[in-house]
Design a protein around this ligand. Sequence first.
Ligand SMILES: Cc1cc2nc3c(=O)[nH]c(=O)nc-3n(C[C@H](O)[C@H](O)[C@H](O)COP(=O)(O)OP(=O)(O)OC[C@H]3O[C@@H](n4cnc5c(N)ncnc54)[C@H](O)[C@@H]3O)c2cc1C
Length: 456
Amino acid sequence: MNPKTPATGGRPDVIVVGGGIGGLGTAFALAREGLRVRVLEQAPAFGEVGAGLQIAPNCTRILDEYGLLEEAKSLGVLPENMVMRDALDARELTRLDLRDLERRYGFPYMVIHRSDLHGIFLRACERAGVELLTDRTVVGYEHTADGARVRLEDGSVHEAPLVVAADGLHSPARRQLVGDDVVSSDYVAYRAAVPIERVRDNGIAERDVTVYVGPRCHFVQYALRGGEMFNQVAVFESPKALAGQEDWGTPDELDAAFEQTCDTVRKGIPLMWRDRWWRMFDREPIETWVYGRIALLGDAAHPPLQYMAQGAIMAIEDGWVLAKHIARRSTGNGGRPDWDAALASYEAVRVEHCRRVLTTARAWGELWHLDGTERLRRNAIMRARDVHDYSFTDWIYGPTALTPDEEPEMFTPIPLASARIEEIEEIEEIEEDGRMADEPARAPGEAVPVAGGGPA
Ligand SMILES: Cc1cc2nc3c(=O)[nH]c(=O)nc-3n(C[C@H](O)[C@H](O)[C@H](O)COP(=O)(O)OP(=O)(O)OC[C@H]3O[C@@H](n4cnc5c(N)ncnc54)[C@H](O)[C@@H]3O)c2cc1C
């Protein structure tokens, strides 16, 4: 890491609203380019609530450039495989060999406690001279002649040539600038990170990320903190949400949703934290993220359903891309950035990339949660995938594009109907007479959208 030294004090070049992973990642990226950055966070202290995060090579590549990867690796875990299993019968459907994946993309697939990653960015911001202010709730955004201004709840006003709104899923900035609403998926997530000793007898795979996909539910497991802790996420569709009830996603629904699942999954359910759950929302993709000198970033711009495990990654990529364009547009003008040109370049590349992730995440979630014959068709297609077929990950795990022409082609989805019906019947026979051999049904020549990681 060789950050240019930002000048401190006085009017900042950039105000970042929100000190989550997206806000701090962006503040650090900008400070590295020599900009004076002020972060305004509403909470009384910087921090993150939740458990694990999966960080794919498109983000570990950026952490490496920032000089933060070694610290992240020392706090996280590099799993060996990502294995997808059927949640009902536990049979393996497909896997990514994460060592081979690292060779292909040049950077590792990592899992890390979200507070550890957040802490890495917080310390990096401190070292880089970012002005970090807590207890600052932004209530309004305004345009000025040469930038933008934010109004705070306490009546104070902060101004800069650029304001980045990284204020999350329920972004007040987005409410003011766009006015759209979040979209409920009627799914809810329960999380838990427990000492590994508590799950050792549950039939877990300590060195893998395992995703069990089942009818209207899925369950994710992986180790954290050098293998000392074990992270579990249980996600299900809430019948109460579908019925329009207010109090949806309650623990009784959690228990009912996983009743039919395999042993390993059922053993994990009593360990889930029951005093807090996360209702799953996203938003429709939007084409405009930049309003004058106010730019939306991270979940404020593109909150995904978490099925691709790319939400925090996209936020970190946004900051990296924005900082690169500001740096590129800072030459020949007495060192002053051409903010508008940089913002246009940011929007030109990130909007489409994130739209792809958002829509793929929705499709991916539907695929995971299939039931009946469709579940069997999905399983047949997934089992047919060659473990070293990366046609479904190249569009996402490669280097982050800085310009639209660098954005890779998307994969071609495989229709469920293409699963060969005789093989599905074969699976049903196997299940009926209980042979359940590990021998996968093969559909040569077919592949499956292993489009990214599982949710944290
Ligand atoms: C169950 C689950 C699993 C996930 N797993 C993964 C994963 O494996 N990998 C991955 O990449 N992503 C994952 N995600 C997504 C990821 O958590 C989010 O996309 C990411 O945290 C968004 O970061 P952000 O900084 O944009 O927003 P946030 O983290 O929401 O931060 C917004 C910040 O803005 C502050 N703020 C809000 N309003 C104001 C205001 N008015 N004034 C000042 N401050 C304000 C908030 O206090 C907060 O600190 C997962 C999400 C869920 C729910």
